[in-house]
Design a protein around this ligand. Structure first.
Ligand SMILES: Nc1nc2[nH]c(I)nc2c(=O)[nH]1
Length: 266
């Protein structure tokens, strides 16, 4: 296996084509916590595999769907690659594993990347738990970046306006928001949440931004969608409980599947 991250992604893309029998993919989707049930609405499954069958992917540190990839035929005949779960920076394996899936997808032909996640809501005055929110921009507080060297990628429009408009055609009620990423794994303190609100954040999470940067470096168009699964720390009376998070995701996933299916098919 190559020790160069980009060469490793190219190797994984070759293995992916052999494994799935698909010689080029059009769109990739990363399904965050609670989004997995939405994957079924994307199209007809061609094949499903454990990611450890591909170079550069590790077994998930958390049991469950993460660590599974699915090749899908969408209704409009496009080839979709769906990652049921992702690698997080807080797993401590560095930045390259976090973006390896996106880099592999782009090396396999993908030109559109859809990043979904579960996030804390910073605006309980307008957000409800269970709301999907289109990501309009991000604030990267992870302290990390997938790119090394003098590659000055423009991030003026990381999250495609065109794809956001397609999503809003499918569901005009969709709101937009700025997603703030922390490294995690701890949730924020109430003081940090007050800081994020002052910085203009609307959503807070521990994923997505590094994958989005890697996708833009690879020339792909990006759509990001968060599912508000909890009021961020200090904004509601109760402590955060990850089980509540997952329950909300499951309840909302069917609606999200219809939305993603419409956007992906275009
Ligand atoms: N950092 C951070 N990540 C999250 N993921 C989910 I779901 N909720 C949160 C949250 O409140 N903060």
């Amino acid at each position: 296996m190559s020790n160069d991250a980009y060469a490793l992604a190219a190797e994984a893309a070759v293995a992916l084509k052999e494994l799935t029998g698909v010689d080029s993919f059009d769109v990739a989707l990363v399904m965050g916590s609670g989004w997995v049930p939405a994957a079924d609405a994307i199209g007809t499954t061609i094949s499903e595999h454990r990611v450890t069958e591909l170079p550069g992917f590790s077994a998930p540190s958390v049991a469950g769907h993460s660590g599974v990839i699915r090749a899908v035929d969408t209704e409009s005949g496009r080839k979709a690659l769906i990652f049921l779960g992702r690698t997080h920076l807080y797993e401590g394996r560095g930045v390259d594993p976090v973006v390896h899936g996106v880099r592999t997808a782009i090396a396999a032909g993908v030109e559109t990347v859809v990043l979904t996640n579960a996030a804390g809501g910073l605006r309980p005055e307008v957000q409800n738990v269970g709301d999907p929110v289109l990501i309009s921009d991000h604030i990267n507080l992870t302290g990390a970046n997938p790119i090394t060297g003098a590659t000055f990628v423009d991030l003026t429009e990381v999250y495609s306006r065109r794809l956001r408009e397609l999503a809003r055609e499918a569901d005009p009620s969709l709101a937009e928001g700025v997603y703030v990423a922390f490294r995690g794994p701890t949730y924020e303190t109430p003081a940090e949440i007050r800081m994020l609100r002052a910085l203009g954040g609307d959503l807070v999470g521990m994923s997505t931004v590094l994958e989005a940067i890697a996708a833009r470096e690879g020339g792909a168009e990006v759509l990001g969608v968060s599912l508000v699964t909890n009021p961020a720390a200090g904004l509601a009376g109760t402590p955060l409980d990850h089980q509540d998070v997952l329950a909300v995701g499951r309840a909302t996933a069917a609606r999200m599947g219809v939305l993603l299916g419409k956007v992906v098919g275009k």
